[in-house]
Every structure is written in C-alpha cells, then in structure tokens.
Design a protein around this ligand. Sequence first.
Ligand code: GRF
Length: 205
Amino acid sequence: MINLAILISGRGSNMEAILRAVKKKKMPVRPVIVIANKSDAKGLQIAKKLGVKTAIVESVGLKGRSWEYDKKLSAVLEENNVTPKNGLICLAGFMRIMSPEFIKRYKGRIINIHPAILPSFPGLHSQRQAVDHGVKYSGCTVHFVDEGVDTGPIILQAIVKVKDDDTEESLSKRILKQEHRIYPKAVRLFAEGKIKVKGRKTIIS
Ligand code: GRF
C-alpha cells in the first residue's frame, strides 16, 4: 500500500481526478493528505468533500526554491506517514519548485503533471507557448520530479491536436481532459510497482 499526498495551489481538478480514480478503481493507494500552499486553494474544499484530510503550509512571500519551506512540508508529510519508504507525492498544479534537499529525501517518489509534451514548453503558460509557437500537436506529460524544472524521467504522455483557431483557453481545456486520464493511470502504475527508472528513461511493465 502506498501512502499518497497530493500538493496543490489552486483549482485541484487533477487532484480530484486522482482521488476519484483511487476510490473507484481499487488501487493499492491510501490517499492520506492534500496539502496546499495557499489557504484559498479551491481544491481544499473538494478534498474535504471527498473525505481526505487537508493541510495548509503557507508560502506567502516565499519565492523560488526553499529548503526552509520544504522542511515544513516534509514535517507534515512525515506526521501523516508519507515517508521516503511508503509515500508518493503528486504535484498537481503546485506552483512551487522543490528544493534539491526535498527531492533527494523523496527521491523517485515525487511526480508531476505538465500541460505540454516535454521537453517542449517547460515552465509556465505551456498551452499559450504551444499556441504561439504554432505547433500542430501538444498534450501533457506525467514525469518524475528531479532537480530541474520539468526535466525528470517521463512516465506517460498524451497527445492533443492543436486546431487552427485554438486559443490558450480552448487548448488548455482539451489538454486538461487528457491530464485527468493519464495522471491517475500513472499513480496506479507507480503503486503497482510497474515503473522502473533507468537513467533518463522509465520502463513500464
Ligand atoms: C494543470 O494544467 C497542470 O498540468 C498544471 O497546472 C494545472 C493545474 O490544474 N501543472 P488543476 O489545479 O489540477 O485543476
């Protein structure tokens, strides 16, 4: 059994997709806690409704990587028995970059969803970048988190066709649908021990 923590900053639709899938599909996953870095993150209410414990670790005024902040996160995770041995930490629209110390502590146990086909369009506003660049296809990527920004080994990707008249909003909407499909799938693969990391690659069995 994997103890799952989901970290959010806002809407929490990926969090919701994961929590609903865990409930419905009988994964070997115990959703232990949802942590937000903002007290007004909408997803907190959704988590509560779904019966999952929530916590707020405020990061107001803190920019960039901060081990000081991540230590507080770590403390909440450990208190809730999400450890480097039994835990999975899903970043779901969590708008902070983790410190190298945090990543080292939970090595291979932090995953993220990004709304583009990495390594294209890392960082912020990926859907806008895709529209502006004129790509014909974009999509989303679930990947392990390493010390870089959106650079860790890729677990799953889904492709979305970009239409000629797409805007950032319309493309984001279609990508989000795919995010909700592949993120829970990646959680299941992880929990079932089906993902092996070999250098930059993941091998899915
Ligand atoms: C998603 O588009 C995700 O790919 C990105 O941030 C957004 C979060 O949305 N990292 P939500 O909070 O899961 O609805």
